[in-house]
Design a protein around this ligand. Structure first.
Ligand code: S3P
Length: 443
């Protein structure tokens, strides 16, 4: 569903110590993939812990339009009756992916090698984002694709009748490009190969293997090479979705910057392709303990204990960017409370997320009295140990920008405001009640 509601301005203010347990929602990346692979399997896939954010609900609706039978059994508990690889039927409506880049890019991949036609649309934010990075390789499978100027949505894809497999080196580090190609490769005969210069999140590879596909990954001179054998029969599987480390980052950040805080965040994914923020926070001197490490739903998870910490600015190396690509907005807020400069390198991809996140964070931090420097692919936040606050940040339909500035206000001298908190529902529908339960003053 496109985000079209009236803007919801929100404000947060300096809060007392945060205490208690934060049960953050299911992982967004894994939730999308569970619905899509469930729809491409034979039999019933039962998903528990699914994120019921708008992005994922839009993907569920899209899978129904392609012929899967999807039912909500209870909170976070969903059942998907799939149609099998190559079994998608032609949808009779436009597929509206709302705000979700992951949703639209993965679903375009999943249908591009089936001989049906579908048209995709999205909200104002998604309609500005680059899609040629996915449609170019999908055309090489044999799909015929028409896009708006600059490769933007709306896009119509006529799926390949006679798909050929692809060997493709991704031009930017992106799990969405990789995943779109692997999903398209499912219905192409022979082997589809994706080569990444930097390894990106590997949820698609893990889940495809779990559903019975033949898939291998190895690091060679060329880079990280993933090879998928096409036309498998995917077998329906139970999927237990771990809690989202990108959502956990918000209460974790709040506990780090509000004096006297100590919180517990249970069952958070510790997938090594997603752990860059936590590595950076430890470098900065954060007091975070990872308790009870275990495996859930094919992913490593742990319980996090986080205490208020005195932090020091650090340089985040460019090679770490893809392991924390969604966490730079909240890191830049944490950096504002640290002593000294935090330099974030190799982050040009932030300019094509739900918003231009470098610009959105720089302007919002400046409005709250924090000095920031930016280049096309880097951002430096000058931390002073304290943040004046008192500003209003423009969120540009971007959930992570909205949550980041609400967290900033919890530790700043003066309240911090945002122009619109509506998009928070795309990834973290219970953000406000969860933060209030910990003692945060926001709304
Ligand atoms: C995602 C990949 C990342 C990330 C997005 C989720 C995924 O995007 O920013 O929130 O689930 O594959 P890119 O692939 O564009 O880096």
């Amino acid at each position: 569903m496109s985000h079209s509601a009236d803007p919801r301005p929100m404000t947060s203010r300096r809060s007392g110590p945060l205490k208690g347990e934060a049960q953050v929602p299911g992982d967004k990346s894994i939730s999308h993939r569970a619905l899509i692979l469930g729809a491409l399997s034979v039999g019933q896939t039962r998903i528990t812990g699914l994120l019921e954010g708008q992005d994922v609900l839009d993907t569920a609706r899209a899978m129904t339009a392609f012929g899967a039978r999807i039912e909500r059994v209870g909170p976070g508990d969903w059942s998907v009756h799939g149609v099998g690889v190559g079994g998608f039927c032609e949808p009779d409506t436009v597929i509206d992916c709302g705000n979700s880049g992951t949703g639209v890019r993965l679903i375009m991949g999943a249908m591009a090698t089936t001989a049906i036609t579908a048209t995709f649309s999205g909200d104002a934010s998604l309609s500005r984002r680059p899609m040629a990075r996915v449609t170019d390789p999908l055309e090489r499978f044999g799909a015929r694709i028409t896009a708006r100027e600059g490769g933007r949505l709306p896009i119509t894809i006529q799926g390949a009748e006679d798909p050929v497999p692809l060997r493709y080196s991704t031009p930017v580090a992106s799990a969405q490009i990789k995943s779109a190609i692997l999903l398209a490769g499912l219905n192409a005969p022979g082997q589809t190969v994706v080569i990444e210069a930097e390894q990106t999140r590997d949820h698609s590879e893990r889940m495809l293997a779990g559903f019975g596909a033949q898939i291998t990954a190895e690091t060679t001179d060329e880079g990280h090479v993933i090879t998928l054998t096409g036309r498998p029969e995917l077998r329906a599987q139970p999927v237990a979705v771990p809690r989202d480390p990108s959502s956990a980052a918000f209460p974790v950040a709040a506990a780090l910057i509000v004096p006297g805080s100590e919180i517990r965040v249970p069952g958070v994914s510790r997938n090594p392709t997603r752990d860059g923020l936590y590595e950076t926070l430890l470098d900065m001197g954060a007091d975070i303990a990872f308790r009870n490490p275990r495996e859930e739903g094919g992913e490593p998870v742990a319980d996090l204990i986080v205490r208020h910490s005195r932090l020091t600015g650090v340089t985040v190396p460019a090679e770490r960017a893809s392991r924390m690509i969604d966490e730079f907005p909240i890191l830049s807020v944490i950096a504002a409370f640290a002593e000294g400069a935090t330099v974030m390198n190799g982050v040009a991809e932030l300019r094509v997320k739900e918003s231009d996140r470098i610009d959105a964070m720089a302007r919002g931090l400046e409005a709250n009295g924090v000095r920031v420097e930016e280049t096309h692919d880097s951002m430096t936040v000058h931390g002073m140990g304290r943040v004046p606050g008192g500003g209003t940040a423009a969120t540009h339909l971007d959930h992570r920008i909205a949550m980041s500035f609400l967290i900033l206000g919890l530790g700043a001298q003066e309240p911090a405001s945002i122009d619109d908190g509506g998009p928070i529902a795309t990834s973290f529908p219970d953000f406000l009640p969860l933060m209030r339960e910990l003692g945060a003053e926001l709304g």
